[in-house]
Design a binder for this molecule. Structure first.
Ligand code: AHG
Ligand code: MN
Ligand code: MN
Length: 335
C-alpha cells in the first residue's frame, strides 16, 4: 500500500491557495519547469546509451566547451517556458544575450534566469549534475522584458530552485514559505514530496567543500581559513567533501550542513560562479533553510547585479561557519 503521497503539482497548488493574492501564474511557471526537468532527467538517465555525450563542437560565452547535454537542457528549458504567457524575458548561462519571448506568444509578469546544466564537466563521468532556476517579477511596464528585469538583487526573487540528476532526481524549491524537496518517481513520472520544510541542521556536520587545487591562488586569509578548518585549531577538524557540481555540493550542504566555498583568487578575483543563476537562487534556498550565503563580505541576496553573467565568490552553509569565514577573510582569526 503506497503511503500517503503528495505530488509536486498538488503541493504547488496548495501553496498557491495559501496565498490569497496568488494568480496561479507562478504556479504554471513551476509546472512548466517540472515538465522540462522530466525531459532533462530522461536524457541524463540514458546519456550513456545514446550519442549525446561528448562535445557539441562549440563554446559558450565563458569560453567553456559546451557539451551536448548543456545544449539540450538549454533548449528544453526555453521551449518548455516560452509559450506559457507568464514570462516577459529569459536568460541562460548558455546564451550570451537575453532571450526574448517569441513574438507569437503573449508576455507575462515574470522573469526566468537559469543554468540549464550545472556541473557539465561531470556529465561523462556519471556524477550528479543539475539545473538551477531563479524567478523574478518584472520591473519594466508591459511588453517584452529587458535587462533591467533580469538585473535584480537576489532578495527580490519570488521563487528559486534546482533539480539534481543524481542517484535519484530531486527538485528543491522555495517561493518564500520554506524549502521543499520532491523526488521523481520515474515509474509514474511524478515528483513526490520527500523533504518537507528543509532546514540546514544546527550544528551542521563539520564538512568544508572547496576546490583545494586552487590553494596557491588564494589570498593568505583564505589559505589561513582552510588551514584552520583542516586542523580544527578551534575544535575538532572538518572533513573535506567536493563534488565539483555546485548543485550536488549545495544539496549535501543543505541536508547535512557544512561550509561550501568558491573563493575569488589571483586569477579570477570574482571566482567562477555566476551571480544571477547560480549564487542568488541557491542563496535564497540557503537562507530560507536557516543558513547564510555571502561573497565573503556581504550577503549574496543584497548584491545589485551589473551584468547577466557576472561572477561572485560564494560562501554558503551553516550561518556560524559562513560568518567565521567572513572574519578570516577580513583578517581576523575567527575567535
Ligand atoms: P557549469 O557546469 O554550469 O558551468 O557549472 C560548473 C561549476 C559548478 O557546478 C561547480 O561548483 C564549479 O563549476 C566547479 O568548478 P571547479 O572545477 O573549478 O572546482
Ligand atoms: Mn553551473
Ligand atoms: Mn551550466
Amino acid at each position: 500500500m503506497d503511503r500517503y503521497v503528495v505530488t509536486l503539482s498538488r503541493f504547488i497548488l496548495e501553496e498557491e491557495r495559501s496565498h490569497p493574492t496568488a494568480t496561479g501564474n507562478l504556479t504554471s511557471i513551476l509546472y512548466d519547469i517540472t515538465h522540462a526537468a522530466k525531459l532533462i532527467h530522461r536524457e541524463v538517465s540514458k546519456a550513456g546509451l545514446v550519442d549525446i555525450l561528448g562535445m557539441a563542437g562549440h563554446e559558450n560565452v565563458h569560453g567553456e566547451e559546451v557539451r551536448k547535454l548543456d545544449d539540450y537542457a538549454h533548449d528544453v528549458m526555453f521551449n518548455a517556458m516560452d509559450h506559457g504567457g507568464n514570462l516577459c524575458v529569459m536568460a541562460s548561462e548558455e546564451s550570451e544575450s537575453l532571450m526574448p519571448i517569441p513574438t507569437q506568444f503573449p508576455t507575462g509578469e515574470y522573469v526566468l534566469l537559469y543554468d540549464p546544466l550545472d556541473g557539465s564537466s561531470n556529465i561523462d563521468a556519471n556524477i550528479s549534475i543539475g539545473t538551477i532556476f531563479s524567478i523574478h517579477t518584472r520591473v519594466s511596464e508591459g511588453g517584452p522584458g529587458g535587462l533591467e528585469d533580469c538585473l535584480q538583487p537576489g532578495s527580490r526573487q519570488v521563487a528559486a530552485g534546482y533539480v539534481m540528476y543524481g542517484s535519484s532526481t530531486v527538485l528543491v524549491y522555495t517561493t518564500g514559505s520554506g524549502v521543499h524537496g520532491f523526488t521523481l518517481d520515474p515509474s509514474i513520472g511524478e515528483f513526490l514530496l520527500s523533504h518537507r520544510d528543509i532546514r540546514i541542521p544546527e550544528p551542521g556536520k563539520r564538512i568544508y567543500s572547496v576546490n583545494e587545487g586552487n590553494f596557491d591562488r588564494w589570498s593568505p586569509n583564505q589559505q589561513a581559513l582552510v588551514n584552520e578548518l583542516r586542523t580544527g585549531c578551534h575544535e575538532e577538524p572538518f572533513s573535506a567533501r567536493y563534488v565539483g557540481s555546485l548543485v550536488a555540493d549545495f544539496h549535501r550542504t543543505l541536508l547535512y550542513g557544512g561550509l561550501f566555498m568558491y573563493p575569488g583568487d589571483n586569477k579570477n578575483t570574482a571566482g567562477k560562479l555566476r551571480l544571477l543563476y547560480e549564487a542568488a537562487p541557491l542563496a535564497l534556498l540557503c537562507e530560507h533553510a536557516g543558513g547564510l550565503a555571502t561573497n565573503g563580505r556581504e550577503d549574496i541576496l543584497g548584491i545589485q547585479p551589473e551584468s547577466l553573467h557576472q561572477r561572485t565568490p560564494l560562501y554558503m552553509g551553516n550561518r556560524r561557519w559562513v560568518e567565521m569565514a567572513g572574519e578570516y577573510l577580513a583578517g581576523g582569526d575567527g575567535t
